[in-house]
Write a protein that binds this ligand. Structure first.
Ligand code: ADP
Ligand code: MG
Length: 266
């Protein structure tokens, strides 16, 4: 995508977050272009999940600004950001274990339609007999479509907790997609996946982008990151130390040094 013609989609400036005296993020700027796959990488503890927490509104920054589609997000709560089109998955999977795969995806739809009332509504509607409301039938149909998209349609009646780890991650992704986001934040989606599952995930993330969804991806699997990302931001100890294309970032001495301290290779 030519950089000059892309409009600002997500822009964060000067983001700082401290825990006690400790800087989890320090004065970080990030700009994400629409329909990009933008990776955020860095060694453990670099501040990647904290960045996602600030972008999704799970935490407030100590300082800094975030604007989505030129609209300052201020202190908007996560469900309000979701209503604007920002959805996320969690590094520590957060599914409703004792609901089926299908119901978990339907929850995503509820969050989209009823962002502030979802708790009461979900209780009232998910436990009604199947097919009672036409609206519910429609939601099931859409949820099934989403499950087909992420490759879990044949698992729809399984309890989320009974899925293997890789499929739980796909389900989280499906639930986030059911919110019909414009921006999807994926926190380590390949964690716990085998090589085959990771390859499938690679294709799936590209398919998500091809649907017009912008993806910001935190991921340790460098084959995945380098293969699909348009742009990469590198964090280390809360600082942004590099940004650029995959090839630029891989050759950056500061990045190589940061990773040498951890895994030895990039
Ligand atoms: P990453 O996702 O890059 O591994 P995190 O953003 O989770 O890193 O964490 C960055 C730093 O902030 C770590 O040192 C972590 O221990 C600390 N941290 C993150 N969340 C909290 C929290 N809620 N309370 C205290 N410290 C935290
Ligand atoms: Mg993390």
């Amino acid at each position: 995508m030519p950089e000059s013609t892309a409009s600002p989609f997500l822009r964060a400036a000067g983001l700082t977050k401290r825990f006690g005296g400790f800087h989890a993020l320090r004065d970080v700027d990030i700009e994400v272009r629409e329909r990009a796959i933008h990776a955020v990488i860095g060694p453990n503890g670099a501040g990647k999940t904290t960045l996602f927490n600030l972008l999704s509104g799970v935490m407030a920054p100590d300082s800094g600004e975030i604007a989505f589609l030129d609209r300052p997000l201020g202190r908007l709560r996560p469900h309000r950001r979701a209503a604007l089109g920002i959805a996320r998955t969690f590094q520590n999977i957060r599914l409703f274990g004792h609901m089926t795969v299908l119901e978990n995806v339907m929850l995503g739809e509820h969050w989209r339609i009823y962002p502030s009332l979802w708790r009461s509504f979900v209780k009232a509607s998910l436990h009604r007999p199947l097919g009672e409301a036409r609206e519910e039938t429609e939601m099931r149909r859409r949820a099934l479509e989403t499950l087909e998209f992420v490759g879990l349609a044949d698992r729809r009646h399984v309890m989320a907790t009974d899925l293997p780890y890789g499929e739980q991650r796909l389900l989280e992704l499906g639930r986030a997609l059911a919110m019909e986001p414009r921006l999807l934040l994926l926190d380590e989606p390949a964690a716990g996946m085998n090589i085959r599952e990771t390859e499938d995930l690679d294709a799936l993330i590209c398919k998500v982008r091809d649907r017009g969804v912008t993806v910001v991806l935190v991921e340790h699997d460098m084959n995945l990151v380098m293969g699909i990302s348009d742009r990469i931001t590198v964090l280390n100890f809360g600082d942004k130390i590099a940004e650029g294309s995959p090839s630029e970032v891989q050759l950056n001495p500061a990045v190589i040094e940061a990773y040498l301290g951890e895994e030895g290779t990039l």
